[in-house]
Design a protein around this ligand. Structure first.
Ligand code: MN3
Length: 218
């Protein structure tokens, strides 16, 4: 396995932490082993547990085993935790142990069409990431209606669930994603992130022709 698909986050009726396609120490200089471990084993794992707990709560409300006023809590918790789980699964898949890759082929052409150049894309994406107020994500997505590439900024996790948008590249700008090394220097983290993108995975998501809304396997 050399990348992660969203499908890896679900197994035997439960959401699961998908295996990482690299070692904990493999993502230098973007992050060290401790940063990756805390982010993956604590934060991401908490979203997985939260999604399973919310699913179970929803099932019990439906069966009459929990009061109906718990439904709103279950739906709210599932939205937050499941979106967090999916976004982190995409995030690990679009980071590479190698630095300095650039998009190629059809994806590079699509970036040029949408943003004029790779540099134009960087200018938009990085500034969108820096502009997220509080916790959230910068997302390069394919608009399934226009087939154009767009950059979106999402607060929290669940605000990223936009109809008809296929996320290709996601950058976590919650403080937990960078504070251990970069402190309040989000710009330093975003610069390091942009230099360590797995464009091959982003390209697979771009070219995916199957019926999954988002999948890195074509
Ligand atoms: Mn995170």
């Amino acid at each position: 396995m050399d990348t992660i698909c969203l499908c890896d986050g679900y197994e035997d009726g439960h959401y699961v932490l998908p295996p990482l396609p690299y070692d904990f120490g493999a993502l230098e200089p973007l992050m060290d082993a401790e940063m990756l471990r805390v982010h993956y084993e604590r934060h991401h794992a908490a979203y997985v547990a939260g999604a399973n707990a919310a699913s179970e709560m929803m099932r019990k409300v439906a069966l009459g085993e929990l009061p109906e006023n718990m439904a709103a809590i279950a739906a709210r918790n599932l939205s937050f935790n499941l979106a967090g789980h999916m976004l982190h699964t995409l995030y690990w898949g679009n980071i590479s142990p190698q630095t300095g890759h650039r998009p190629q082929g059809e994806l590079a052409d699509a970036l040029n069409t949408a943003f004029g150049s790779y540099e134009g894309f960087l200018r938009v994406f990085c500034n969108a990431a820096l502009g997220v107020q509080g916790s959230g994500w910068a997302i390069l997505a394919k608009d399934a209606v226009s087939h154009r590439l767009v950059v979106l900024a999402a607060h929290r996790h669940q605000d990223a669930l936009l109809p008809r948008m296929r996320p290709l590249l996601v950058c976590d700008v919650w403080e937990h994603a960078y504070y251990l090394r970069y402190r309040n220097n989000r710009a330093g983290y975003v610069d390091a992130f942009m230099n360590q993108i797995c464009w091959r995975t982003v390209c697979k998501r771009f070219n995916c022709k199957n019926n999954h809304h988002v999948c890195c396997q074509s």
